[in-house]
Design a protein around this ligand. Structure first.
Ligand SMILES: CSC[C@H]1O[C@@H](n2cnc3c(O)ncnc32)[C@H](O)[C@@H]1O
Ligand SMILES: [Zn+2]
Length: 430
């Protein structure tokens, strides 16, 4: 057994208290062995002046869209996808997806994110990049059938199933999968009826965008005379390991349904604000017992992948939505971005405790903007930024030490991404 010890810092415990402690991780199993006074490890990470926190989990993103950051802004979802994003995605090559994924992964590691859920295409490129970068991920192929003939539509869904089976357990078990029909309006009900049972048979959960905009809710209500999440249940969705992205426009009956069925929701506050999609009723979901995580969505609608920005946005907009400054308080917001997101993603992470995955980050507290130390959970939500992350660890392996990413060549990744992004734009616009 080889071990990693993280010494000299303070540790955020699952009950949101902070104590002076060291952490010992088993690098073979990738688990936390002990928290407290620990024996010396084979490898040491110095956390002096820092706070050891569970790694953040980005429960809904499209990591390769880092390549499209800043390509198209200031439009609502429907126009943004159809006028800008889908046309350029149509000319992306597998190497572009690889370059975008690596760029996004560098940004995640540098902002203390250790796990994420991803929906995209060319998933093999993303899995390879995750394998090399060292993070944990649940991935899937986003099947879109709207506007496609029967054969192409079938191929989309078959690819979704094949990808979910092929990559489950990849990267030494750090990669898991889901079947991912893109949304309730871009895949139709009869298609779900045929393919959802096959996903159940394959034993993978199902992840889809749902209730993101009123423009997605209205056609379902008009055509089927029921709310979208009742419609989803009617087509076999929303079992207990399933999770939806956004859930912006969920009414009370849908919040109840999610809680009853144990399906998760990934709140994406920045994307919802930027695309003016709406404000999700997150406090009401938490009060009803819905499993809620947080995600950035893609970097083209955010425009970054920092979960620190996201959880601050979640707290701020949660208060505004509830008309109550005590809504989505700091422990709730931080819990959603760690244990909440991990539960939604199906990761045994998000808490620093013996037996949990050793997925951690160390935040440097000796900074002017983090002084004084009245309440460190408050700082994590309202004051810490990505640049305050000193070390990042996933599965007991150090991915970033003293802000140097060890698993990917960050400069080369940035250069490749810049070059491939320009070439993709040239192809899309020629
Ligand atoms: C076909 S793979 C996934 C697909 O989703 C697109 N996408 C990015 N952001 C959003 C969003 O907020 N709602 C719906 N779809 C989104 C992405 O561009 C890919 O085409
Ligand atoms: Zn999305």
């Amino acid at each position: 057994m080889t071990t990693l010890e993280i010494v000299g810092g303070r540790v955020l415990r699952p009950d949101m208290t902070v104590e002076r402690a060291d952490v010992l991780a088993d690098q073979e199993t990738g688990d936390i062995l002990a928290v407290g006074d620990v024996p010396g490890g084979d490898e040491t990470l110095d956390a002096t002046g820092g706070l050891v926190i569970p790694g953040l989990v980005n429960a809904h993103t499209h990591v390769a869209m880092a390549l499209l950051r800043g390509y198209a802004d200031d439009k609502p979802l429907h126009d943004w996808l159809r006028e800008d994003i889908w046309p350029i995605e149509g000319v992306l090559e597998p190497d572009d997806v690889r370059a975008g994924a690596e760029l996004g992964l560098v940004e995640m590691i540098r902002s203390g994110t250790t796990g994420f859920c991803d929906m995209y295409f060319d998933v093999g490129e993303i899995v390879d990049a995750v394998d090399r970068a060292g993070l944990r991920a649940r991935v899937g192929y986003g099947s879109v059938t709207v506007g496609k003939d029967e054969e192409a539509a079938r191929e989309e869904l078959e690819t979704g199933l094949r990808v979910a089976q092929e990559y489950d357990g990849a990267a030494d078990g750090r990669v898991s999968t889901a079947f991912m029909p893109h949304s309730l309006t871009t895949v139709d009900g009869e298609e779900l009826d045929e393919f959802v049972p096959q996903a159940r048979e394959a034993g993978v959960p199902i992840h889809t965008h749902a209730n993101e905009t009123t423009g997605e809710v209205e056609p379902i209500v008009d055509e089927h005379d029921e709310r979208p999440l009742a419609y989803a249940v009617g087509h076999g969705l929303l079992e207990d390991r399933d999770f939806i992205a956004h859930g912006t426009h969920c009414d009370e009956s849908e919040i109840e349904l999610l809680a009853e069925r144990g399906a998760g929701v990934v709140h994406c506050p920045a994307s919802n604000m930027k695309l003016a999609s709406g404000i999700a009723p997150v406090q009401a979901m938490c009060d009803a017992g819905v499993a809620v995580g947080i995600g950035t969505d893609g970097a083209a609608s955010n425009n970054d992948l920092s979960m620190f920005d996201e959880l601050r946005d979640a707290a701020m907009v949660g208060k505004l939505a509830a008309g109550d400054a005590s809504a989505v308080d700091a422990p709730t917001a931080f819990g959603m971005a760690t244990a909440g997101s991990a539960a939604v993603a199906g990761f045994d992470a998000g808490r620093i405790a013996e037996g949990k995955n050793a997925d951690l980050a160390v935040v440097d507290l000796d900074r002017a903007h983090l002084t004084p130390h009245h309440d460190l959970v408050s700082h994590l939500v309202y004051a810490v930024t990505a640049a305050d992350v000193r070390h990042t660890v996933c599965d007991g392996r150090v991915l970033m030490r003293d802000r140097e990413v060890l698993t990917l060549d960050a400069d080369a990744v940035r250069e490749t991404a810049e070059r491939r992004a320009r070439a993709a734009v040239d192809r899309a616009e020629s």
